[in-house]
Design a protein around this ligand. Sequence first.
Ligand code: G3D
Ligand code: MG
Length: 175
Amino acid sequence: MGLTYRCKLILFGNAAVGKTSIIDMYVNNKFEEEYISTLGYNVFEKSIKMKDENIVNFMIFDIGGQEQFEELRKKYAAGAKAALLVYDVTNRESFENIKKWQNDLINFTENATFILVGNKVDLEDARQIQKDEGEALASDIGAYGFFETSAKTNTEIDEAFHKLAQAYLEIVISK
Ligand code: G3D
Ligand code: MG
Protein backbone atom coordinates (compact mmCIF):
# COMPACT_ATOMS: atom_id res chain seq x y z
CA MET A 1 0.00 0.00 0.00
CA GLY A 2 1.23 3.49 -0.84
CA LEU A 3 1.69 6.48 1.38
CA THR A 4 0.58 10.07 0.88
CA TYR A 5 3.20 12.81 0.78
CA ARG A 6 2.20 16.47 0.97
CA CYS A 7 4.29 18.90 -0.99
CA LYS A 8 4.12 22.68 -1.31
CA LEU A 9 4.78 23.61 -4.94
CA ILE A 10 5.51 27.08 -6.29
CA LEU A 11 6.08 28.64 -9.71
CA PHE A 12 8.70 31.29 -10.36
CA GLY A 13 9.16 33.23 -13.58
CA ASN A 14 8.57 36.64 -15.12
CA ALA A 15 5.09 38.14 -15.12
CA ALA A 16 2.93 36.89 -18.03
CA VAL A 17 4.96 33.76 -18.86
CA GLY A 18 1.84 31.71 -18.08
CA LYS A 19 2.24 30.56 -14.47
CA THR A 20 -1.44 31.03 -13.59
CA SER A 21 -2.55 29.49 -16.88
CA ILE A 22 -0.39 26.39 -16.28
CA ILE A 23 -1.97 25.91 -12.85
CA ASP A 24 -5.48 26.49 -14.25
CA MET A 25 -4.93 23.91 -16.95
CA TYR A 26 -3.47 21.41 -14.54
CA VAL A 27 -6.01 21.84 -11.77
CA ASN A 28 -9.21 22.65 -13.65
CA ASN A 29 -8.44 21.64 -17.21
CA LYS A 30 -9.63 24.93 -18.61
CA PHE A 31 -7.91 27.86 -20.25
CA GLU A 32 -8.72 31.36 -19.09
CA GLU A 33 -8.29 33.82 -21.97
CA GLU A 34 -8.63 36.76 -19.67
CA TYR A 35 -5.77 37.88 -17.43
CA ILE A 36 -6.99 38.09 -13.85
CA SER A 37 -4.59 39.82 -11.54
CA THR A 38 -4.72 38.67 -7.94
CA LEU A 39 -3.29 40.04 -4.74
CA GLY A 40 -1.02 37.89 -2.63
CA TYR A 41 -1.42 34.30 -3.71
CA ASN A 42 -3.96 31.55 -4.29
CA VAL A 43 -3.64 27.92 -3.29
CA PHE A 44 -4.83 24.88 -5.24
CA GLU A 45 -4.70 21.23 -4.33
CA LYS A 46 -4.17 18.24 -6.57
CA SER A 47 -3.05 14.68 -5.91
CA ILE A 48 -1.11 12.39 -8.21
CA LYS A 49 -1.06 8.63 -7.79
CA MET A 50 2.35 7.31 -8.80
CA LYS A 51 3.15 3.92 -10.34
CA ASP A 52 4.47 2.66 -7.00
CA GLU A 53 1.04 3.47 -5.40
CA ASN A 54 2.45 6.39 -3.42
CA ILE A 55 0.41 9.58 -3.64
CA VAL A 56 1.85 13.05 -3.93
CA ASN A 57 -0.56 15.68 -2.66
CA PHE A 58 0.51 18.99 -4.21
CA MET A 59 -0.45 22.27 -2.58
CA ILE A 60 0.12 24.55 -5.56
CA PHE A 61 0.68 28.21 -4.72
CA ASP A 62 0.03 30.80 -7.42
CA ILE A 63 1.62 34.17 -6.79
CA GLY A 64 -0.48 37.14 -7.84
CA GLY A 65 0.19 40.49 -9.45
CA GLN A 66 2.44 41.83 -6.66
CA GLU A 67 5.22 39.36 -7.46
CA GLN A 68 7.73 42.19 -8.02
CA PHE A 69 7.93 42.66 -4.24
CA GLU A 70 10.63 40.59 -2.60
CA GLU A 71 8.78 40.39 0.71
CA LEU A 72 5.79 38.75 -0.98
CA ARG A 73 8.02 36.34 -2.92
CA LYS A 74 9.70 35.30 0.33
CA LYS A 75 6.37 34.61 2.02
CA TYR A 76 5.11 32.85 -1.09
CA ALA A 77 8.15 30.56 -1.29
CA ALA A 78 8.53 29.70 2.39
CA GLY A 79 8.32 25.95 2.95
CA ALA A 80 8.14 25.04 -0.74
CA LYS A 81 9.63 21.64 -1.56
CA ALA A 82 9.16 21.70 -5.33
CA ALA A 83 9.08 24.36 -8.02
CA LEU A 84 8.55 25.05 -11.69
CA LEU A 85 10.86 27.72 -13.12
CA VAL A 86 8.91 29.06 -16.08
CA TYR A 87 9.89 31.14 -19.11
CA ASP A 88 7.99 32.03 -22.26
CA VAL A 89 9.57 30.61 -25.45
CA THR A 90 8.50 33.77 -27.31
CA ASN A 91 10.21 36.11 -24.82
CA ARG A 92 13.98 36.10 -24.50
CA GLU A 93 14.02 38.33 -21.44
CA SER A 94 11.95 35.78 -19.52
CA PHE A 95 14.53 33.13 -20.47
CA GLU A 96 17.47 35.26 -19.42
CA ASN A 97 15.85 35.90 -16.05
CA ILE A 98 15.67 32.22 -15.13
CA LYS A 99 18.95 32.36 -13.22
CA LYS A 100 17.55 35.21 -11.15
CA TRP A 101 14.46 33.11 -10.38
CA GLN A 102 16.66 30.18 -9.45
CA ASN A 103 18.49 32.50 -7.09
CA ASP A 104 15.22 33.39 -5.38
CA LEU A 105 14.48 29.70 -5.08
CA ILE A 106 17.85 29.06 -3.45
CA ASN A 107 17.49 32.02 -1.10
CA PHE A 108 13.83 31.58 -0.10
CA THR A 109 13.51 27.77 0.16
CA GLU A 110 15.51 24.92 1.60
CA ASN A 111 16.69 23.06 -1.47
CA ALA A 112 13.35 22.87 -3.24
CA THR A 113 13.69 20.47 -6.17
CA PHE A 114 12.79 22.09 -9.49
CA ILE A 115 12.27 21.61 -13.20
CA LEU A 116 12.56 24.12 -16.04
CA VAL A 117 9.55 24.86 -18.25
CA GLY A 118 9.43 26.78 -21.54
CA ASN A 119 5.76 27.71 -22.00
CA LYS A 120 3.67 28.93 -25.00
CA VAL A 121 5.04 26.44 -27.54
CA ASP A 122 1.76 26.78 -29.45
CA LEU A 123 3.11 30.16 -30.65
CA GLU A 124 5.68 28.49 -32.89
CA ASP A 125 5.95 31.45 -35.30
CA ALA A 126 6.90 33.81 -32.48
CA ARG A 127 9.43 31.47 -30.88
CA GLN A 128 12.69 33.13 -29.76
CA ILE A 129 14.16 30.33 -27.67
CA GLN A 130 14.90 27.02 -29.38
CA LYS A 131 14.42 23.75 -27.55
CA ASP A 132 18.15 22.94 -27.37
CA GLU A 133 18.80 26.29 -25.65
CA GLY A 134 16.23 25.39 -23.02
CA GLU A 135 17.75 21.95 -22.57
CA ALA A 136 21.21 23.45 -22.16
CA LEU A 137 20.01 25.90 -19.53
CA ALA A 138 18.17 23.14 -17.65
CA SER A 139 21.33 21.09 -17.34
CA ASP A 140 23.39 24.18 -16.54
CA ILE A 141 21.21 25.10 -13.55
CA GLY A 142 20.77 21.51 -12.38
CA ALA A 143 17.05 21.23 -13.10
CA TYR A 144 15.57 17.77 -12.48
CA GLY A 145 13.79 17.95 -15.82
CA PHE A 146 12.89 20.16 -18.78
CA PHE A 147 9.59 20.51 -20.63
CA GLU A 148 8.23 22.68 -23.40
CA THR A 149 4.57 23.27 -22.58
CA SER A 150 1.47 25.06 -23.72
CA ALA A 151 -1.22 26.02 -21.23
CA LYS A 152 -3.40 26.89 -24.21
CA THR A 153 -3.31 23.53 -25.99
CA ASN A 154 -2.63 21.47 -22.84
CA THR A 155 0.75 20.23 -24.07
CA GLU A 156 3.10 18.50 -21.59
CA ILE A 157 1.43 20.07 -18.55
CA ASP A 158 0.56 16.82 -16.77
CA GLU A 159 3.97 15.43 -17.69
CA ALA A 160 5.77 18.37 -16.07
CA PHE A 161 3.90 18.03 -12.77
CA HIS A 162 4.34 14.27 -12.82
CA LYS A 163 8.10 14.66 -13.23
CA LEU A 164 8.19 17.06 -10.30
CA ALA A 165 6.23 14.60 -8.16
CA GLN A 166 8.78 11.94 -9.05
CA ALA A 167 11.65 14.27 -8.13
CA TYR A 168 10.03 15.07 -4.81
CA LEU A 169 9.39 11.41 -3.94
CA GLU A 170 13.00 10.50 -4.71
CA ILE A 171 14.14 13.04 -2.16
CA VAL A 172 11.72 12.17 0.65
CA ILE A 173 12.07 8.43 0.20
CA SER A 174 15.87 8.56 0.16
CA LYS A 175 15.86 10.35 3.51
P1 G3D B 1 1.51 34.72 -15.23
O1 G3D B 1 0.62 34.06 -14.24
O2 G3D B 1 2.85 34.08 -15.34
O3 G3D B 1 1.65 36.21 -15.02
P2 G3D B 1 -0.67 34.23 -17.08
O4 G3D B 1 0.86 34.54 -16.70
O5 G3D B 1 -1.01 32.80 -16.83
O6 G3D B 1 -1.55 35.25 -16.49
O7 G3D B 1 -0.61 34.41 -18.66
C1 G3D B 1 -0.23 35.65 -19.27
C2 G3D B 1 -0.80 35.70 -20.69
O8 G3D B 1 -0.26 34.64 -21.48
C3 G3D B 1 -2.30 35.54 -20.77
O9 G3D B 1 -2.75 36.21 -21.92
C4 G3D B 1 -2.48 34.05 -21.02
O10 G3D B 1 -3.70 33.75 -21.62
C5 G3D B 1 -1.33 33.81 -21.97
N1 G3D B 1 -0.83 32.43 -21.98
C6 G3D B 1 -0.46 31.68 -20.92
N2 G3D B 1 -0.03 30.48 -21.30
C7 G3D B 1 -0.11 30.45 -22.66
C8 G3D B 1 0.21 29.48 -23.67
O11 G3D B 1 0.68 28.36 -23.40
N3 G3D B 1 -0.02 29.85 -24.96
C9 G3D B 1 -0.52 31.06 -25.30
N4 G3D B 1 -0.71 31.32 -26.60
N5 G3D B 1 -0.83 32.00 -24.39
C10 G3D B 1 -0.62 31.69 -23.09
P3 G3D B 1 -3.50 37.63 -21.89
O12 G3D B 1 -3.71 37.96 -23.33
O13 G3D B 1 -4.76 37.40 -21.17
O14 G3D B 1 -2.55 38.57 -21.21
MG1 MG C 1 -0.30 34.83 -12.58
